[in-house]
Design a binder for this molecule. Structure first.
Ligand SMILES: C[S@@+](CC[C@H](N)C(=O)[O-])C[C@H]1O[C@@H](n2cnc3c(N)ncnc32)[C@H](O)[C@@H]1O
Length: 365
């Protein structure tokens, strides 16, 4: 018991307590007859401790680990989703704190409502207000997505945000968890439900196609969300990002030379092959036009000065995720290289390109 306690970073007393209340009982025996943890007991203990660390009470934990329909993989998936959701909220709180510090430094008053909002913030509730400054449908990317929708008449747009890429000539429903994003949908936009991809409030095969654009990397459990899309629609179209290729971080000069932290943002993101597998999709590259009108992270690959603009960066979640220190360092370093001509020298070949493959992929199932 002492060894297991040491490895798990808990006290022997805690293990005794779990044994007494029947939560985790050492069911094996050592050669000398002492009670010991079997491999199955250790697996259960690990689940108990992980749920405890996420703040669940003992009774809730007992229900979770006692559910016979949840196997070890399902627990790992759920834990992963809960941890990512927690990280998302932490990012949102950091963003809200930065905004408040900024306001206070300028001597602005922060209302009690604004102070409280920070505690319940989701990432897009914190940063979504800046979205529409630069984020909108790019017609060339839209053409590729709409082409993939084929002759579908009923369309579900998951993680719909403010409504970019929703086709006007079909019957569209939208799903979007952030109130801030929903409120910015233009008048006349498709009806939008407050829900998350992992739990779509629709019956099986309710739509001809389900689409998701630039959103899967925000989901607590991308694979579960993709399977939900597959469940509620006959076909699925997803614009996402490929991290399968070796050295994918080097495809774009911004992540290669200025923001290597981008790799940590996507560290837990599933492989493109895994996502394609989940929905039975093929994938095709989505080149980013040099004058892309949707201000997504890769949009300004031929217009580097744009990344020096605060309002441009605020509409890209990557900058919030890497944190203000990495952001300031990257921007300063890019600014210096633009001044000295170093950026131009290193990226001369880009001026001849009209579009670039920077890892955006369309999954079509
Ligand atoms: C970069 S925006 C993309 C919005 C829109 N699809 C577009 O292309 O402009 C990402 C969106 O995903 C939403 N989102 C975050 N977590 C989600 C989840 N679990 N399920 C569905 N959408 C989610 C965010 O609230 C945000 O509106």
């Amino acid at each position: 018991m002492g060894r297991v306690a040491g490895l798990a970073g808990v006290s022997v007393r805690t293990l005794h307590h779990y044994d007494e209340i029947g939560l985790v009982r050492p069911s094996a025996r050592t050669a000398s007859g002492y009670r010991a943890y079997s491999a199955g007991d250790v697996e259960r203990l690990r689940e108990v401790l992980a749920y405890r660390r996420l703040g669940f009470g003992l009774r809730q934990v007992a229900e979770l680990v006692g559910d016979p329909s949840t196997d070890a993989v399902a627990h790992l998936r759920r834990l992963r989703g809960l941890l990512l959701e927690r990280r998302d909220r932490a990012d949102a709180m950091v963003a809200a704190i930065d905004t408040e510090l900024d306001a206070r430094a300028k001597g602005l008053r922060v209302t009690p409502d604004e102070q409280l909002e920070m505690l319940g913030a989701r990432l897009y509730d914190a940063i979504g207000g800046a979205y529409t400054a630069t984020r909108r449908t790019d017609p060339r990317i839209a053409a590729q997505i709409w082409d993939a929708l084929g002759d579908a008449q009923t369309v579900l747009n998951v993680g719909a945000g403010t409504g970019s890429y929703e086709p006007a000539d079909r019957d569209v429903r939208a799903v979007e968890p952030s109130a801030v994003m929903r409120e910015q949908r233009p008048a006349g936009a498709a009806p939008c439900v407050a829900a998350a991809a992992e739990n779509l409030p629709f019956q099986d095969r309710s739509f001809d196609v389900a689409m998701a654009v630039s959103t899967v990397h925000h989901w607590g459990d991308p694979i579960a969300g993709l399977r939900e899309m597959r469940r509620v629609a006959r076909r699925v179209v997803v614009l996402t990002f490929d991290t399968d290729e070796n050295g994918w971080q080097d495809r774009f000069w911004l992540t290669r030379d200025y923001l290597p932290e981008f790799a940590t943002v996507l560290a837990d993101f599933p492989s493109l092959a895994g996502m394609a597998d989940a929905i039975g999709a093929r994938s095709e590259p989505v080149p980013v036009p040099w004058d892309c009108t949707d201000g997504l992270f890769e949009a300004y690959w031929r217009r580097p000065r744009a990344y020096l603009e605060d309002h441009v960066r605020r509409a890209m979640s990557v900058w919030t995720r890497v944190g203000p220190q990495a952001e300031q360092r990257a921007v300063q370093s890019l600014s210096n290289d633009l001044e000295t001509g170093r950026w131009a020298e290193g990226n001369r070949h880009l001026t001849d390109l009209d579009a670039a493959d920077l890892g955006l992929r369309l999954l079509i199932a």
